[in-house]
Design a binder for this molecule. Structure first.
Ligand SMILES: [Zn+2]
Length: 403
């Protein structure tokens, strides 16, 4: 049997005054998603536990069938996995932003979208300054997004579950003194952050950037720490052998950690101009081979919400429907037994321009799925459905096993 999951990231939303009181899913012309609903079931799932922040990393882990409360250890280990960095059982990964702090306030959590070359050079300077300590290993990433690893060669690390850090994007314009790392190992993190201030102030290229009137990186900001999550391979846990198509690093990381192939698609950008058609075609190619399970993730719906653009969100949904859901579903029908699932990871509200907690609608059709006579895929219809997963991670088992 073949399986497909399409994730329109953050597509679930509230009724919009701008859309005549409809949700984006209701307002969008999505005949292929509605066809799945009409042929199968529509229900609700909650992928983000109330105790956790609503992010694609948490929501997607749940959507893939893994309880985030049990398995989510932090954002940095997922990013490390996305970059192919292996972590030992006692190693820690820590997110290392390049930031601009002015008058002790967080001015920019991206150091003004610092260019890759300068970012890499600053990270290299930090590594050189730490060369006496074999535990610390800095990894340059893209722009302000870098990683710091703690290699626990002796099986011991200074960090623990009580190690507390704050994402720099949550404290824009606030005094940083109130948000410095706390708990186990925080002295080490604070010391590195302090050290970076002097190193960055002395860096000629960084000085030139400041002199040119742009935001220079004034220091590193460490957060999102965690150990490698102990995720059982998907094929072992659920059966099918899977692969994922996504432009988002955190999802690449989760995919790798559960033993999936991560398929790259030229033109997949993670933004509104992403090449929907290329993603749809790549999915069809992949599922035609010996793969059992293809996942296609599209970020554009989430991006439109962050920008508060209701019409863009509707347009993104229509593109996903036309270029991915439609062709992929039609192709699955030619391959024999199949099931197809459409479900986002979390709601992203246009009203607040940010991720939210709460139920998202899903729809499934295919082999042995008895239709429930709900004709469309949207939030109000899903609320009328007979099936609801309060722990969203149970949806995957239902999709691949029970039907
Ligand atoms: Zn998301």
């Amino acid at each position: 049997m073949k399986f497909a999951l399409i994730i329109p990231d953050g597509c679930a939303d509230e009724p919009q005054p701008k859309l005549g009181g409809l949700t984006p899913l209701q307002a969008a012309h999505v005949p292929h998603m509605d066809a799945i609903a009409a042929a199968g079931i529509v229900g609700q799932a909650d992928h983000v536990p109330a105790s956790m922040p609503s992010g694609s990393d948490v929501g997607t882990m749940s959507l893939f069938g893994y309880d985030p409360i049990k398995y989510h250890t932090g954002r940095a280990p997922l990013e490390a996995a996305a970059q192919g960095i292996e972590l030992g059982a006692d190693d820690w990964a820590i997110r290392c932003n390049l930031v601009t702090v002015e008058e002790e306030r967080m001015r920019s959590f991206t150091a003004g979208q610092i260019p890759n070359g300068l970012g890499a050079s600053l990270i290299q300077a930090m590594q050189a300054a730490c060369c006496g300590d074999e535990h610390w290993k800095f990894h340059a990433g893209v722009s302000y997004r870098n990683l710091l690893l703690y290699r626990a060669r002796d099986g011991k690390a200074p960090f623990a579950d009580d190690t507390y850090t704050v994402p720099p994007h949550d404290i824009t314009d606030q005094l940083i003194a109130e948000h410095l790392p706390m708990g186990s190992g925080s002295c080490d993190l604070r010391a590195l952050m302090d050290k970076s201030r002097a190193i960055f102030a002395d860096h000629p290229e960084n000085q030139a950037r400041a002199a040119a009137g742009q935001l220079a990186a004034t220091q590193i900001w460490l957060w999102g720490q965690g150990r490698r999550p102990a995720l059982q391979p998907f094929a072992e846990k659920f059966g099918p052998r899977g692969a994922v198509i996504t432009a988002v690093d955190l999802l690449r990381g989760i995919g790798r950690l559960i033993g999936w192939d991560v398929l790259e698609v030229a033109g997949a950008t993670g933004y509104l101009d992403t090449d929907y058609k290329a993603k749809g075609q790549r999915a069809i190619e992949a599922i035609s081979g010996d793969l059992d399970f293809i996942v296609v993730h599209v970020e554009a719906t989430d991006e439109a919400s962050h920008e508060g653009e209701a019409e863009e969100k509707v347009k993104a949904l229509e593109q996903i429907d036309q270029h991915i859901v439609g062709p992929l579903h039609a192709h699955l029908k030619t391959l024999g037994d199949y099931r197809i699932l459409v479900c986002p990871d979390h709601p992203t509200f246009l009203r607040t321009k940010t991720h939210s907690h709460g139920y998202v609608p899903f729809t499934i059709c295919g082999k042995d799925i008895t239709p429930d006579n709900l004709p469309t895929y949207d939030e109000p219809t899903a609320a009328k459905g007979n099936i609801r997963f309060d722990a969203g991670c149970d949806l995957m088992g239902h999709f691949v096993r029970n039907g």
